[in-house]
Each structure stands twice: as C-alpha cells, then as structure tokens.
Ligand binder design. Sequence first.
Ligand SMILES: [Zn+2]
Length: 249
Amino acid sequence: MSTYYAVVVFILGTVVGSFLNVCIYRIPNEQSIAYPPSHCTNCNNYIKWYDLIPIISYIFLKGRCRHCGEKISIKYPLIEFVTGFLYLMIYIKYGIGINLLKYITFISIMIVVGMIDLETTDIYFKTTVVGVIAACVFLVIYIYMGLPIKGYVFGGLLGAGVLAIIALITKGGMGWGDVEICLVCGLFLGIKYTALVLFLSFIIGSIIGILLILSGKKSRKDYVPFGPFIVIASVVTLFFGQSILNWYL
Ligand SMILES: [Zn+2]
C-alpha cells in the first residue's frame, strides 16, 4: 500500500461522492444529472467551482449557501466522506487492479440506489440498469483476461431469483426494484458472496425492523425499504465476506 495512492483514491472517492449527491437529489425529481450545473436549491444561484470542493467547501461555508445563507444539508459532505472512505478501504483491501476499479464502481452505484430508496422508498430502473451494464462490462473484461465468469452469472441468477420468488409470494412486500439490486449484486460479487449478501440483508433488515417497531418509529404495517439493507450487507461482504465464510464453514 502506498500513501500516495491512498490519498489519490480517497480524493477521487470524495469527488465521485459529490457527483453521487447530484444523482441522489436529481434522479427522483426527474431532472437531468448533467444540466443545469450545480445550483442552490433555494436561491438558484450557480455554485462556483471553489464552493464545490468536496467536504472542504462545506466546512469553509459553515454549511450555508454563499448567496442566500440557506442551510446546506450535512448529508452532502457525509456522502462525499463515506464514498472517499469506502474507496480508500477498497484500495487497502484489494490494492491497485481490476478489483479496485470493479468494486469502486459497484459501491458508487449501490450508494445512489440505497440512498434514493432510503429517502423515497423507490428504486429507479435507470439506476439499476446502469449497474447491470457496468457489471457486464467487467464480465467482458474478465473474458479478455481469461478469468472465469460463470460464478458471476450464477450470482446474478441467484440474487434475482431468490428475491423474485419472495416478491411473488409476498405480493408487493418485496418490490421488483429489490430484485434488480440483487441482480446487480450477484453480477458484481459472484455466487458465494451473493448468498452471503442475501443472508446478511435479511438479518440486518430483521434487527433494524424490530428496533424501529420497539422504538415506536414505525408500526408493523409501515413499509420499510429493503434496498438499504442489501447495500449495507454488500459493504460488509466486500470487506469481511471471506472472514465470515471462513468462520461459518
Ligand atoms: Zn442559496
């Protein structure tokens, strides 16, 4: 591990995180993610480049718009930091190479899908389809590198298959968007890790569901989006999957 690469990867993560913020905000509002340039959602003034530096600008602006003083949500620098942090962790775990590229792509897509699901309880096809296409690009690269891809194809089938059966049985309790997310997980992570993601997401979902009901924040009838649990389970699997499987088996 080199400190130089670690810093570069972290900064890259925060810059991508800044773009993910745009996606998370605009996609549910049916806005283009390319146009118009970043602007304050309160006063509509365009934001200058020096106020768009991830994390740092937020601190210098003390969390307020330079023009109108409207409060900027702490969510934005947090997403930037979390993305940078996860990129750094992926670099530390997997080093420089195809896995680094693959997993930072995967994690970026999962952050967008998970955050939108958390905020709107909707999963957008235009986000999951990007995940499927990106996964297929990596599978083509694998073929060129002479690496086996069967495990990833079966991973996709397992993830989508299990969730599709649940969606059919529960008639809407589990949405088709969740099927799409698990397809993406499977294609990126392979069959072994996908089985673990499914297992962990149900455990995490049950624990958080019970906590929400006990704390009175949700009743048994309330809808709790499942996507964020799949995302959390994927992150855990990415970093601790092998250790968990070793321990379990
Ligand atoms: Zn403003």
